[in-house]
Design a protein around this ligand. Structure first.
Ligand SMILES: [Fe+2]
Length: 471
């Protein structure tokens, strides 16, 4: 009986292979990073006839002349229970500050020619985009097209990516073709700028899929797709999962503790730590069940963010934009305006961003009252980005409707702010020595007066709370 079954499987497989020998047209081209500036990961999809076999090639041809793609690299591929085959090919030994042209596929089918530009060696500034809760709506497409004009070096996406699983986590089998539609819609941006993801609840489909689509379609440099980290110029990025066990003692929690400990000891090389995941530790606008601040997640992991002084935490899940003051256990550590003349200077706690306004939908309004830890919030479609130097981060939320900067703040870690060269709004380069001195004095005041005072207040509050609870 067993042999009969094996024979049937063999015959069936042979038939499938024989009728599916043709390569398919490449689509869904997207880039990812290993963190190494001289490398680029190229990924793309091919729509195969079955989910059993992927006859399409994994070749990238590339070069610095778009009419002479004289270099070639081969990679590998992966499929899950869907007909999309994802190809992954790593390019290495790339020159800095160079535009590379490339096409993907193989002799059967080649894509058109795309391009990306490598970072210059030791850049003064990098620009990072951050969005979540994207989807395929016209608003989502507007966000993508606006981001294309920003010259982004990297995009991070803390989950709820395509909404192939429209029903939510594990409630039903989603339409996997939505992933293909989504990845084609964002190809113009993802083919020139690497994107790195964290899993959201809409990445989890009913069995037998689970997180298979997310795992199969996106590269990351970690041991699994759910928690990983990488260094990117001035920043140690950490992607974690609010959709998996995060309690103390869990594999993820232990991994995060070790990763953040190492990163905090490596500030000399990577002065900033930025973490991203889907469900927000701080959000004041939940719009119903299962939204708002993810208290269990916060209680399990916020201590690690505080102990190792994570600078920024970027979340999604709630469909608005929100930015907190530096906060730990709901205590505000510094309530600066965040302007360049009154920036956050080593505030002692993490600033949290909710960036779930990329396109899926927005909420009807804002829940009142606004908590003290919430510095700014707005319901509007748009995207966030931040410019980072060795000594400063300038974070912005830009709304789609008028392309204005709706919110902006500065976070600095040194009195010698390395201002980006091009900044038409602020023109810091035109300030004179006296103004520089004023800025430095202000920052000193922030650091040496405000932060210790707030710590004392928090300590007193904690002691009172403890006594109150005992009673
Ligand atoms: Fe979500």
């Amino acid at each position: 009986m067993r042999w009969n079954k094996l024979l049937l499987i063999f015959i069936f497989s042979t038939i499938i292979i024989s009728i599916n020998g043709e390569a398919a047209e490449p689509e869904q081209v997207h880039l990812a990073t290993t963190g190494t500036p001289t490398e680029m990961v190229i990924q793309w999809g091919t729509e195969e006839d079955t989910s059993a076999f992927c006859p399409s090639d994994n070749i990238v041809e590339y070069g610095i002349d778009n009419e002479n793609l004289n270099l070639s690299e081969n990679g590998n591929n992966d499929m899950y229970l869907w007909t999309t085959c994802t190809h992954t090919t790593l390019l290495s030994n790339l020159n800095p500050n160079t535009t590379y042209y490339y096409r993907v596929g193989g002799e059967g089918e080649w894509s058109s020619v795309y391009s990306f530009k490598t970072l210059e060696k030791n850049p003064d500034k990098i620009t990072i985009g951050a969005i979540a809760d994207h989807g395929t709506s016209s608003n989502a497409q507007e966000t993508t097209s606006n981001m294309e004009n920003e010259n982004l070096d990297l995009v991070i996406h803390p989950g709820d990516i395509s909404y192939a699983n429209g029903a939510g986590s594990g409630n039903g089998i989603g339409d996997q073709s939505v992933w293909d539609e989504y990845q084609n819609q964002i190809e113009s941006l993802t083919s020139e700028c690497p994107h790195m993801y964290a899993p959201g609840n809409h990445e989890e489909d009913a069995e037998p899929y689970g997180f298979d689509a997310y795992e199969s379609r996106f590269f990351n440099p970690g041991q699994n797709s759910f928690w990983y980290s990488f260094d990117f110029e001035f920043i140690h990025f950490v992607s974690i999962s609010s959709e998996h066990d995060y309690e103390p003692g869990s594999t993820q929690h232990t991994w995060l503790k070790n990763d953040l400990e190492d990163a905090n000891n490596n500030r000399e090389n990577y002065p900033w730590i930025v973490i991203f995941a889907h469900r927000p530790m701080y959000s004041s606008n939940g719009d119903g069940e299962g939204h708002g601040s993810e208290i269990e997640f916060r209680e399990a992991m916020e201590g690690l963010l505080f102990d190792y002084q994570v600078d920024l935490a970027i979340w999604g899940h709630d469909h608005h934009y929100e930015r907190t003051y530096p906060v730990f256990e709901e205590n505000v550590y510094s309530n600066n305006s965040g302007n360049l003349d009154n920036p956050f200077y080593k505030p002692g706690a993490t600033i949290h961003i909710v960036a779930g306004m990329a396109g899926r939908s927005t909420y009807d309004g804002l829940e009142e009252p606004q908590p003290l830890w919430s510095a700014y919030r707005e319901v509007a479609y748009g995207y966030t980005l931040f410019e980072a130097t060795e000594t400063s981060i300038n974070y912005k939320f830009i709304r789609n409707s008028d392309m204005q900067i709706a919110d902006e703040f500065w976070l600095v870690n040194s009195i010698e702010i390395q201002e980006p060269e091009e900044n038409p709004k602020i023109n810091y380069n035109q300030t004179n020595q006296t103004e520089d001195s004023n800025l430095i004095n202000q920052i000193k005041e922030l650091n040496y007066l405000e932060t210790p005072l707030s710590v004392i207040i928090i300590a007193i509050t904690a002691i009172f709370n403890l006594k109150f609870r005992k009673k």
